[in-house]
Design a protein around this ligand. Structure first.
Ligand SMILES: [Fe+2]
Length: 400
């Protein structure tokens, strides 16, 4: 995030004495990326942010993966993974189930109505897409309200917890865990970091915390996901803090969590079919995040509005279908809550009947979130458990 933000009270000069009404010093913490050479924020704590009293192993949910071998396109039915009745006992951190993963990103799914433990991901930024539901994410920077269609971007090592509002049902969350940082694509940005006129969203659409969130407590547990020698290079530790980690009275800087709602993305359309990069929202190391949204479609008199067949020679493509009836997948069995995996090395495109059906269309009522990775994805336990087993044969129109 290149956009400066100040919340709560901070001293006039950084790295100078800053005291409360009783004369006690606050403890200044710099939270920064790339070794003091990239975005950072300065946080002012009541307690010492390093003061832990215990550290023990946290056994993570199953992080194992199996190769997509023999190579096949897949249809994963994420709504089959959770029963809504179980949601009050499932939280957004320990309850998430691994769908797909590689050395750059892990894609999970969870249906939750429970408050999560305090948590931070020390491996990379998390971008959690809210398929449906509402609530708040309490963070060391303040509180972020979330709602259906939000991307909740939580920077690496930000202590936080998920608090669903269950009034209208559980929260369906699709966590995208990077092993790097998630940010707007560089081509959307000026050389100083402002979103440019051609970008499909702007700073007004990004919502950070607006006030600090201070809590009292001692011996507070925080689950930490970090690098290690577990499956996927991921392990967990449970740390116990002497005082509550939510003790920040003020902070400022350019590194903080924020939300962006999919409805605030203004789709770019054309006279003929526009390629996926016009639908890009974020980039990270070795993967991108795009969204396909309700939009007017191609207006050339002979336009074919659904995509041409394409061979992802450099990437695996993961589509998560979250709204409408996806035009190019008609006839495939894919619906809301489905994920399709189109692996590199195999051409894909519309199911044949979808091409004729799209001709003359002026508008597509469809929403999908796409993750394109530049290294092959493997199936997590939830990917294997939700695989429909027949999607690969739908273009040929046979059942096998
Ligand atoms: Fe594609």
């Amino acid at each position: 995030m290149a956009y400066y933000r100040q919340v709560g009270t901070v001293p006039q000069k950084r790295h100078t004495q800053f005291r409360d009404a009783d004369g006690r010093l606050f403890y200044e913490e710099l939270m920064g990326e790339e070794g003091f050479s990239s975005d950072s924020s300065l946080l002012y704590h009541r307690g010492v942010p390093s003061a832990i009293v215990a550290s023990e192993i946290w056994d993570l949910p199953d992080q194992g993966t199996v190769a997509n071998h023999p190579l096949k396109p897949r249809h994963l039915k994420l709504h089959d993974l959770f029963s809504v009745e179980d949601a009050p006992a499932v939280d957004a951190v320990t309850g998430r189930r691994l769908v797909l993963g590689n050395a750059d990103v892990r894609l999970s799914y969870v249906v939750t109505a429970a408050v999560s433990p305090y948590y931070r991901n020390a491996i990379g930024d998390e971008c959690v897409y809210v398929e449906s539901g509402a609530g708040v994410v309490e963070t060391v920077f303040g509180v972020l309200p979330y709602r259906t269609g939000d991307y909740v971007v939580v920077p690496r090592a930000t202590t936080h917890r998920w608090v669903p509002d269950t009034t209208d049902g559980p929260s369906r969350l699709y966590p995208i865990e990077a092993n790097s940082h998630v940010a707007p694509p560089k081509r959307y940005l000026s050389k100083y970091g402002q979103l440019l006129e051609h970008a499909p969203y702007c700073e007004r659409d990004l919502h950070g915390p607006s006030e600090v969130h201070v809590a009292e407590g001692t011996d507070v547990e925080v689950l930490v996901k970090h690098r290690g020698n577990g499956p996927g290079g991921v392990v967990g530790t449970r740390m116990v803090y002497d005082t509550h980690p939510f003790d920040v009275v003020g902070w400022d800087g350019c590194l903080y969590p924020y939300t962006f709602n999919i409805d605030d993305y203004m789709p770019i359309t054309g006279k003929i079919h526009q390629p996926p990069p016009v639908h890009q929202v974020f980039e990270a190391q070795n993967f991108v995040i795009c969204n396909f949204l309700p939009r007017k479609v191609d207006y050339h008199p002979l336009a074919v509005p659904v995509p041409y067949y394409h061979s992802n020679v450099d990437s695996d493509e993961v589509m998560f279908y979250v709204g409408g009836d996806y035009e190019a997948r008609k006839g495939s069995g894919i619906g809301i809550g489905s994920v399709s995996l189109h692996p590199g090395g195999h051409a894909h495109g519309p199911q044949p009947a979808a091409i004729e059906a799209s001709l003359g269309a002026e508008y597509f009522e469809e929403s999908a979130v796409m993750v394109d990775t530049f290294r092959p994805l493997e199936l997590g336990e939830a990917g294997t458990a939700s695989d429909d087993g027949t999607y690969a044969w739908t273009w040929a129109g046979r059942s096998v």
